[in-house]
Structures are given as structure tokens and as C-alpha cells.
Write a protein that binds this ligand. Structure first.
Ligand code: ASP
Length: 425
């Protein structure tokens, strides 16, 4: 059986058992114990094992990718195409999210009693996110891109800073004589291969990890919340689905000239991993491998675009942010003029760039946006209970968007994408 089929089975089994247990026990104390003592720790360990490889993988793939580009000119050209593509996709998705919310207006019909109950239930979690949001946005974000101490940046998980350092290593490799650079290139190449070997091992137990993660989410999930917020959830998920299955195929067909169905067939394992982990970072190893082995994207392009994308390109997150800010504005009766909504799009794009690729990474930044446009920040409590499900869906878009961008860059670089025969289904 193929790995992605096994992972999919793990996902389905986790969802079915989780929902059944939830319905039978109502998420009671015994269920909570099983989750917190068994499935959650196992799921977390698997997630950590994936994230553990991200730093060595970013350092090796990005610096070798940049070095492989050969010249600063080519780096500049690819850098510009990549950033423009990220920005266009992120802005387009935020606009779609806002448009759908304007059209369906689910916030207007939310029962005030439900609103009060949700705000009361999730008050504690909101306070936690509020703490994180302080100083999460602003000029500091820019300053922190250049790390004073790269090891500390890596330890703190400051991905943009790690990316900057890796970029500099790549640029420096091309700037010195080849025989001087050779030992470092060999070392980085070996580090990359070792990281990939570790990913293979970790992915072998993916079906178990995915089962545990999905079981923990569904067995504990407040399905009654879903009913109350159904219109909101459907609008967001509908928007994400439109972008995923209509938006990206259009871009693939018109810009990348890559057959969309073929694309989705090749990246199944990436979508499943993103959906089950809710983390672009945890999915990065799988994304890199799929890009090279299944889509045939050259290493130097994938190695540059994908680590950047996992941190900077979050199309699903910006759609979700735009939609949620407007939804909460509707709930609180705050009128957002067209001008303010344009500001929301800009802020959604900016915050999506700054969002960490981890589960719930966008929540603190979204609270900042709420505050900036005059919607009560504590209102986030209303949607926190359903956030994990939405996070799973938006993360799937986030990583798909990275791979779409890699195909766009390949096209502009004149690369004919032909998946290697070994990787055929
Ligand atoms: N979980 C998302 C990701 O890792 C970030 C977010 O929107 O919270 O891509």
C-alpha cells in the first residue's frame, strides 16, 4: 500500500473513531484522559519529529538552492517572481474571503446568547493569545529578520531570520572560489540527504501520528459549536475550497502551464500532511520532497521557493483572516467601510507573511488586525472553538500555494516540468 493511502486511512480512522467517541461520551472526563495521556502526546511527538528536521533542512536546501542559482542576478530574478507571486496569491485570497463574507453576512444572524456563551467559555484562551499578540506586529518584525545570533534565532523558531542566514550562506558560497566552497557544499549536501533520510523514517509512522492528531481534535471537538457557527464555517471553508479547486487550477493552467489534475494527484501526500498537522513548517519536509521527486521542480528552485513559502506565503490564512475580521465586525455591529476593508486586505497580507507556520499561528496576529480596525479583540473567543478545523483547511491551501508558486517560477525560468518516471503512480 502506498504511503499516502496509509496516511489517508489513518486520517479517516482517526476522524471516525474521534467523532464516534465524541458522540458517545460527549467528550467526558475519561475521553479527556485518553486524549491527554495517549493520543495527544503521541501526535505531538510525531509533529515535533517533523518540525525537528525543519531547521537543518532549511539551512541545507536554501543555501544550496541559492548557491545553485549561480549568480546574484538569477537570485534577484527568481526572488522577484517568487515574492510577486506570493503577494498576488495572498491578496487575491484575502479579497475572496472578504467578498464572500460581505455576500453571505453570517455575522448578522448570530444569536446574541450564543455570542455571550462563546465569549465566556473561551475567555481564558483569548487572554493567552492576547499576550502573544503584544509586539507581534510592527517594525520589530522587520528588524528581527536579520539575526544577531543565528543559533538563537533557530532556537527561538524565528524562521525569517534563519532563512536570511541561509540565504547569506548561499550567496557567499557563490562569491568565493569553488575549491574553497567545496567542503561546505559537500557538508550541506550531506546534511540535506541526512535530513531527508530522517524524514523517511518519521513519515513511516505518519499513519499513527495522523490518527492520534485527528482523533484528539475530533474526540474533543465541540460539534454543537459547529452548528451555531455553521454559516461562518461554511463561508470560510467554501472560500478555501473555491481558491483551492478553482483559483489554483486556473493559475496552474494559465500561468504555470501545468495540468491541474496531474498537479493535485502528485501532491496528495502534501495536502494530507498539511491537513492533519495544521502546520506549514511540519509539512515542509514533505513539500520539498514532493516538489523534487513528484513534480520534477529543480532543486535550486524548490530549495529557494518552498522554505520561503512555508513562512511567508499563506494564502489560506489571509482568506481566513479577511473573512473572520469581517465576520466579527458583523457580530459586533461594527461597520467596515470599503476603504477599511481595503486596509483589512493589506493587513491580512502583511500578517499572513508574519504568521508562524504552526497550528494556530495566525491567531495572535489576527487579534492585532481586529484591534486596528476597531473590532473588539476579545471577540476572537467566538471563533476559537472551531479554529482547529479551519486551521487544518487553511494550512492545506498555504502549502499548496507554495507548490503552485514553485511551478510558476519554474515556468518563468524556462524549466519544462516533467515528473521523474520513478515517482510515477
Ligand atoms: N497553521 C497555519 C500554518 O501553519 C498558520 C495559521 O494560519 O494559523 O500554515
Amino acid at each position: 500500500m502506498k504511503l499516502h493511502t496509509k496516511i489517508l486511512l489513518g486520517l479517516l480512522a482517526g476522524a471516525v473513531t474521534g467523532v464516534t467517541v465524541n458522540l458517545l461520551t460527549g467528550g467526558g472526563p475519561l475521553t479527556q484522559r485518553v486524549i491527554s495521556l495517549v493520543t495527544e502526546p503521541v501526535g505531538k511527538m510525531w509533529l515535533s519529529a517533523l518540525i525537528m528536521i525543519v531547521i537543518p533542512l532549511i539551512i541545507s536546501t536554501l543555501s544550496l538552492g541559492v548557491a545553485g542559482l549561480g549568480s546574484l542576478r538569477r537570485l534577484g530574478r527568481i526572488g522577484i517572481i517568487t515574492i510577486v507571486s506570493f503577494l498576488c496569491l495572498t491578496a487575491a485570497s484575502a479579497i475572496l474571503g472578504l467578498t464572500l463574507m460581505n455576500f453571505f453576512q453570517p455575522g448578522r444572524s448570530l444569536d446574541p446568547a450564543v455570542k455571550a456563551r462563546l465569549m465566556e467559555t473561551y475567555k481564558g484562551q483569548t487572554a493567552g493569545a492576547m499576550g502573544l499578540s503584544e509586539g507581534a506586529f510592527g517594525i520589530d518584525l522587520l528588524v528581527k529578520i536579520v539575526p544577531r545570533n543565528p543559533l538563537q534565532a533557530a532556537a527561538n523558531g524565528d524562521m525569517l531570520a534563519v532563512i536570511f542566514f541561509a540565504l547569506m550562506i548561499g550567496v557567499a558560497i557563490t562569491a568565493i572560489p569553488a575549491e574553497r566552497a567545496e567542503p561546505m557544499v559537500k557538508f550541506l549536501d550531506s546534511l540535506g540527504h541526512i535530513s531527508v533520510a530522517i524524514i523517511h523514517l518519521v513519515m513511516k509512522v505518519a499513519p499513527i501520528g495522523v490518527f492520534c492528531l485527528i482523533f484528539s481534535v475530533t474526540a474533543r471537538f465541540g460539534f454543537h459549536l459547529l452548528i451555531n457557527l455553521l454559516q461562518y464555517v461554511l463561508t470560510v471553508v467554501g472560500g478555501l475550497a473555491i481558491f483551492q479547486f478553482i483559483g489554483y487550477p486556473l493559475v496552474l493552467a494559465l500561468v504555470s502551464k501545468f495540468p491541474p489534475l496531474e498537479f493535485f494527484r502528485k501532491i496528495r501526500i502534501v495536502m494530507i500532511t498539511a491537513f492533519s498537522t495544521s502546520s506549514s513548517n511540519a509539512t515542509l519536509p514533505t513539500t520539498l520532497q514532493t516538489s523534487e521527486e513528484r513534480l520534477g521542480i529543480p532543486n535550486e528552485i524548490g530549495g529557494f521557493v518552498l522554505p520561503l513559502g512555508a513562512t511567508m506565503n499563506m494564502n489560506g490564512t489571509s482568506l481566513y483572516e479577511g473573512a473572520t475580521v469581517l465576520f466579527l465586525a458583523q457580530v459586533f455591529g461594527v461597520h467596515l467601510s470599503l476603504g477599511t476593508q481595503v486596509v483589512v486586505v493589506l493587513l491580512a497580507v502583511l500578517t499572513a507573511i508574519g504568521t508562524a507556520g504552526v497550528p494556530g499561528g495566525s491567531i495572535p496576529l489576527m487579534m492585532m488586525v481586529l484591534g486596528m480596525v476597531g473590532v473588539p479583540m476579545e471577540g476572537i473567543a467566538i471563533i476559537l472553538g472551531v479554529d482547529r478545523i479551519l486551521d487544518m483547511c487553511r494550512t492545506t491551501l498555504n502549502v499548496t500555494g507554495d507548490l503552485v508558486t514553485a511551478t510558476i517560477v519554474s515556468r518563468f525560468e524556462g524549466v519544462m516540468l516533467r515528473p521523474s518516471p520513478m515517482a510515477e503512480d
